[in-house]
Structures are given as structure tokens and as C-alpha cells.
Write a protein of this length. Structure first.
Length: 109
């Protein structure tokens, strides 16, 4: 009984983490495109992470899945510092532009 509870708890924790975003390896940013009327950001990175099988030359930040204002601030900071980032993307869904859909971004020193 105790083993079953532990297995169920592990499954629930793993499921919630996997939905929260599938993280890329450390990468550097390329171009950043913002100002679209739909409030999305399109950006590129040296290494693409694409578990959903979307188009692979850019990422998309969409206000339905992430805070676009915070994401843009973090992206511009990373680019100005030449810092590495990790990008979490939705594991099964592409953005409206058919690019991997960003859910979170980590800035590394």
C-alpha cells in the first residue's frame, strides 16, 4: 500500500512538471522580433528545442502561454549580456506561427 502511494505521488509530480515545460539545453540568442499586433515575440537561438515537432528556426512567446512583457525583458537582457538561456516549451503544442511555444525562460550568468 505504501509503495502504491509513493508511485502515485511520483506520477503526479512528474506529470505536473512535464506539462509545465520541456527545457532546452543552454543556448545563446539570435534575433528577437517584437511589436506584433497579436503581442507575440518571435526569436531565434543557436540550438533549437522542439519536442512538439513544430517549425524549427524560431521560438514563439504567446500571451496565452507566457508573460510576453517579462519574456521580452529577459530576452533583451540575455542578448545584451551575451548570456546563455534555457527555454521551456510546450511539449505537445505549437504557437500560432507554428514555432515551438515558449512557456518560460531561464537566464544564466
Amino acid at each position: 500500500m505504501k509503495l502504491r502511494k509513493l508511485a502515485l505521488t511520483s506520477l503526479l509530480i512528474t506529470s505536473s512538471f512535464s506539462f509545465a515545460g520541456d527545457w532546452s539545453q543552454l543556448t545563446k540568442l539570435g534575433q528577437i522580433n517584437a511589436g506584433y499586433s497579436s503581442d507575440i515575440i518571435i526569436f531565434s537561438a543557436d540550438d533549437m528545442h522542439n519536442p512538439a515537432g513544430c517549425a524549427t528556426n524560431h521560438y514563439e512567446v504567446n500571451p496565452s502561454d507566457a508573460n510576453v512583457e517579462f519574456a521580452l525583458s529577459l530576452l533583451l537582457t540575455a542578448q545584451s549580456r551575451s548570456a546563455s538561456v534555457q527555454i521551456a516549451v510546450h511539449p505537445t503544442k505549437c504557437g500560432v506561427s507554428n514555432y515551438p511555444l515558449v512557456t518560460r525562460i531561464k537566464l544564466h550568468p
